[in-house]
Design a protein around this ligand. Structure first.
Ligand SMILES: Cc1cc2nc3c(=O)[nH]c(=O)nc-3n(C[C@H](O)[C@H](O)[C@H](O)COP(=O)(O)O)c2cc1C
Length: 149
């Protein structure tokens, strides 16, 4: 059983937080232990090493950038030498809007950086457009299947 699932969440107007809460609730119902981490509140990378499964639920703002309050965390992630996450499995659900030039830039960057730090993407990243409920249900099913296998 996967014991320590960490959800890395970044939001500007609350949608990613709602999704992260929904994912946490769904996985806890299956008996998993899940912690939500608002990346706006994280000032170092050490907490990542303590996980056995990482989930990213982040939105994209500006011109393909992270939500304002999460910018310092992403700067840290970019600047830090690889911390050696030891192939921790990773799944990313990005919220965005395909009308913007850099669609889901924050989700893409989070995945790229966590892989550079040693994580291993285990299900395909979802780049979600404005309406995401159907994709979220599908992705949650994929996630449950992956976690139980
Ligand atoms: C001013 C503004 C800038 C945005 N920039 C982007 C962008 O560059 N790329 C993208 O994919 N989505 C962009 N979006 C769409 C948001 O990521 C999307 O609405 C998301 O669902 C918001 O989630 P949140 O409430 O968790 O912040 C932007 C939205 C606004 C209002």
């Amino acid at each position: 059983m996967i014991s320590k699932i960490k959800i890395l969440m970044a939001t500007q107007t609350g949608s990613a937080e709602e999704v992260a809460d929904e994912v946490k609730e769904a996985l806890e119902e299956e008996g998993y232990s899940v912690d939500n981490h608002d990346l706006a509140d994280e000032s170092d990378l050490a907490f990542l090493s303590d996980a056995t499964f990482l989930i990213g639920v982040v939105s994209t703002w500006g011109d393909g950038e992270p939500p304002d309050d999460a910018v310092p965390f992403f700067e840290l992630l970019r600047k830090s030498p690889p911390i050696g996450l030891g192939e921790i499995p990773l799944a990313i659900f990005g919220l965005g809007d395909s009308d913007y030039e850099i669609f889901n830039g924050c989700g893409k960057e989070l995945e790229k950086e966590l892989i550079r730090h040693g994580a291993h993407s285990i299900i395909p990243r979802v780049d979600c457009d404005v309406w995401y409920e159907d994709e979220l249900l599908q992705w949650l099913n994929d996630l449950r299947r992956t976690l139980s296998s």
